[in-house]
Ligand binder design. Structure first.
Ligand code: ADP
Ligand code: MG
Length: 231
């Protein structure tokens, strides 16, 4: 098991009201598996991803990354685990504009003093098909290329899991499809969780999990199926 969220709950206080953004959710992903999480806006998808990735801590429940309970880690240890074992891909690429593409991708390795940072960054860029852009600044790349550079940065450390939050949300159709194809390839040896309401996402998934009001729901079957069910 690459990652397991067990009984996760996260409550936010907005003035007088309390929002239970994630309400008793369990979700696991194995190495080699791609799980898509979908659900309407505000259903708790991003909050769940933050909990799973150790960016936020649950009020109740546990997150096990490669069997290690994240709640037992200090903030400093958690920061290291995030950097080394978890890859994040977000809707906006968040590449540093003054660094080259190669420098952006090498950065997580350089922060750790890892050896062969440059060669490993080039290899990651080859995997995502943007190695020819390595010496450019991100601002000169298309949106699709920037997202593929961001994906290279997310996988450069060879993480146990890759967590993606609406990774195609700001891309044109063809660029979005390329990202899904690459996420599928990454899932060959990594656990991948993709939060998306892109209707194409399910076509790349081993499993789709639906969220509504912070809970995992089993979607209603379509009307023709429902009417043919024995009563
Ligand atoms: P989604 O990603 O599915 O659109 P979110 O996880 O962003 O949903 O949000 C779920 C609910 O939690 C929403 O009602 C949102 O307003 C609330 N929420 C999320 N983050 C915070 C926060 N940091 N503070 C207060 N409320 C929050
Ligand atoms: Mg969201």
């Amino acid at each position: 098991m690459a990652l397991a969220g067990l009984g996760l709950t996260r409550t936010f206080h907005q003035g007088e009201t309390t929002v239970r953004a994630v309400d008793g959710v369990s979700l696991t992903v194995d190495a080699g598996e791609l799980v898509v999480v979908n659900g309407p806006s505000g259903s708790g998808k991003s909050t769940l991803l933050h909990l799973l990735g150790g960016l936020d801590r649950p009020d109740a429940g546990r997150v096990l990354l490669e069997g290690e309970d994240l709640s037992r880690l200090t903030e400093r240890q958690l920061a290291l685990v995030r950097r080394r074992r978890i890859g994040f891909l977000l809707q906006f690429f968040s590449l540093l504009p003054t660094l080259t593409v190669l420098e952006n991708v090498a950065l997580p390795l350089l922060l750790d003093g890892a050896s062969h940072a440059r060669a490993r960054a080039e290899e990651a860029l080859r995997r995502t098909g943007v190695a020819q852009r390595r010496a450019h600044r991100p601002g000169t790349l298309s949106g699709g290329e920037q997202q593929r550079a961001a994906l290279a940065r997310a996988i450069v450390t060879n993480p146990a899991v890759l967590l993606a939050d609406e990774p195609t949300g700001s891309l044109d159709s063809a660029s979005g499809q390329r990202i899904f194809e690459l996420l599928r390839e990454v899932a060959a040896d990594t656990g991948v969780i993709v939060v998306s309401h892109d209707p194409r996402a399910a076509g790349y998934a081993d499993r789709v999990v639906h969220l509504a009001d912070g809970r995992v729901v089993v979607p209603e079957p379509h009307a023709p199926l429902a009417s043919s069910r024995p009563r």
